[in-house]
Design a protein around this ligand. Structure first.
Ligand code: SF4
Length: 186
């Protein structure tokens, strides 16, 4: 089976959709291949594009704080996004871009890692992996499809809205309590 470094290498030179045209660095994601918890966000932002690392900008700082509060060790989770290249002017990725990137890269990452839970961060990640599902209908709940999913707010949204931050913190605690006693939660 293909491994994560090989997938990351392929993402780094991928030209399958127009998003490659404006990127400085593709952002494959990071974390161990045996992560039991996988986070899937939306798309790289400016800081992620500059560094090639996921969730390292302002939203990443909020995310780090929330993970810490929940007791989740970031370095024992795998963190990635629906598309791996930054959309121009931080626009939302278009549906063909999402379909291309998910099919070419994210699905293979999920197959390699085989996480116990995939936490979907935000409405776009939720729609992209669960189909016509409104985040409001499934937020904070485990959803069984081909795998076990757990949709919640995106950290960037939580950074703008204290009530959503509170909710995201509670959702991450639910994840912690569900997976407690097993990696990647401690
Ligand atoms: S967004 Fe995904 S599919 Fe598009 S160029 Fe980047 S890695 Fe390839």
């Amino acid at each position: 089976m293909v491994d994560l470094p090989t997938i990351a290498q392929e993402i780094g030179v991928c030209t399958r959709c127009p998003l490659h045209e404006g990127r400085h660095h593709a952002v494959p994601g990071e974390g161990p291949a045996d992560a039991r918890l996988m986070f899937v966000g939306e798309a790289p932002g400016r800081q992620e594009d500059a560094t090639g690392r996921p969730f390292c900008g302002a939203a990443g700082k909020v995310f780090d704080d929330l993970l810490h509060e929940a007791g989740i060790a970031r370095d024992r989770t795998f963190i990635t996004s629906i598309v791996k290249c930054r959309p121009p002017h931080n626009r939302l990725p278009h549906q063909p871009e999402i379909a291309t990137c998910v099919g070419a890269h994210l699905m293979r990452q999920i197959t390699v890692i085989a996480p116990a839970v995939i936490c979907l961060l935000g409405a776009l990640a939720t729609r992209s992996l669960l189909g016509a599902t409104r985040l409001a209908d499934v937020r904070g709940r485990f959803v069984r499809r081909d795998r076990l999913y757990f949709p919640t707010f995106h950290p960037a949204a939580a950074a703008r809205n204290p009530a959503w931050r509170h909710t995201l913190a509670a959702d991450l605690r639910t994840l912690f309590e569900t997976l407690a006693g097993h990696p990647p939660v401690r």
